[in-house]
Design a protein around this ligand. Structure first.
Ligand code: SAM
Ligand code: CA
Length: 247
């Protein structure tokens, strides 16, 4: 167990960066955000979907409530209308998106697993926003390639949320950069990969964390030097990197 002095030293080391301003240092602080600002304002259908998802064995995959609130606000701020989501699971981020879009807004949603989407679908239907969603079951890549074949899809998306197979993010990026509007946003989720992006090379990480972590780090490096976008690494949830298309 670390002594108080050791803890203080490592805390100090973490805060040496000039301009260090991150206040989120404890789980209690995160819980405070959820209880004070997120849960009291969470729309009823999102609460219902979150509670339903919590009973599912793969609930680790769901978007957190604070990130859902962030996405909902972001989509309203950019007046998003035509959107895409890669990686739906039970649909928490999808519902956050659907609730933010205007009545005639659209979401092309893709997942290899329809069953999980159908688990959350009744809640989405009850919320009156299912008509905005076109769900495609199967891997996203062939759908993107098909979209790219039609010139009218180029530069047509206001917002694209990518939350699926991390080993393909860079392959998605090659395609999505053509599909998103100039001035539009792509959000790559989990770019902090549970903090493992700063784990030492010999850290005892679970196999899948190590495997996908390498792809996440490669993505982060590539996005940081991509001249076609400007980026903002937003440390909400497990980290989301927002990429705004410049040209
Ligand atoms: N955004 C979701 C939410 O808010 O709950 C979470 C998505 S979960 C982290 C990742 C999803 O990506 C899984 O449901 C998985 O089935 C899906 N997935 C994995 N590989 C995929 C692929 N090649 N194409 C589309 N979806 C994929
Ligand atoms: Ca995610």
């Amino acid at each position: 167990m670390a002594t108080n002095t050791q803890e203080q030293q490592s805390q100090a080391a973490r805060h040496q960066e000039v301009g260090h301003k991150s206040l989120l240092q404890t789980d209690d602080l995160y819980q405070y955000i959820l209880e004070t600002s997120v849960y009291p304002r969470e729309p009823q259908p999102m609460k219902e979907l979150r509670e339903l998802t919590a009973k599912h064995p793969w609930n680790l995959m769901t978007t957190s409530a604070d990130e859902g609130q962030f996405l909902n606000m972001l989509l309203k701020l950019i007046n998003a209308k035509n959107t895409m989501e890669i990686g739906v699971y039970t649909g928490y981020s999808l519902l956050a998106t659907a609730l933010a879009l205007p009545h005639d807004g659209k979401i092309l949603a893709m997942d290899i697993n329809r069953k999980n989407y159908e688990l959350g679908l009744p809640v989405i239907q009850k919320a009156g926003v299912a008509h905005k969603i076109e769900f495609k079951e199967g891997p996203a890549m062939p759908v993107l390639d098909e979209l790219l074949q039609d010139e009218k899809n180029h530069g047509s998306y206001d917002f694209i949320f990518v939350d699926a197979d991390k080993d393909n993010y860079l392959n998605y990026h090659k395609r999505l950069i053509e599909l998103v509007k100039v001035g539009g946003l792509i959000g790559y989720d989990n770019t902090l990969w549970n903090g493992s992006v700063v784990a030492p090379a010999d850290a005892p990480l679970r196999k899948y964390v190590r495997y996908y972590g390498d792809f996440v780090m490669e993505l982060n490096k590539a996005l940081a030097v991509d001249p076609r976008i400007e980026i903002c690494m937003f440390p909400v949830g497990d980290g989301i990197t927002l990429c705004r298309r410049l040209k």
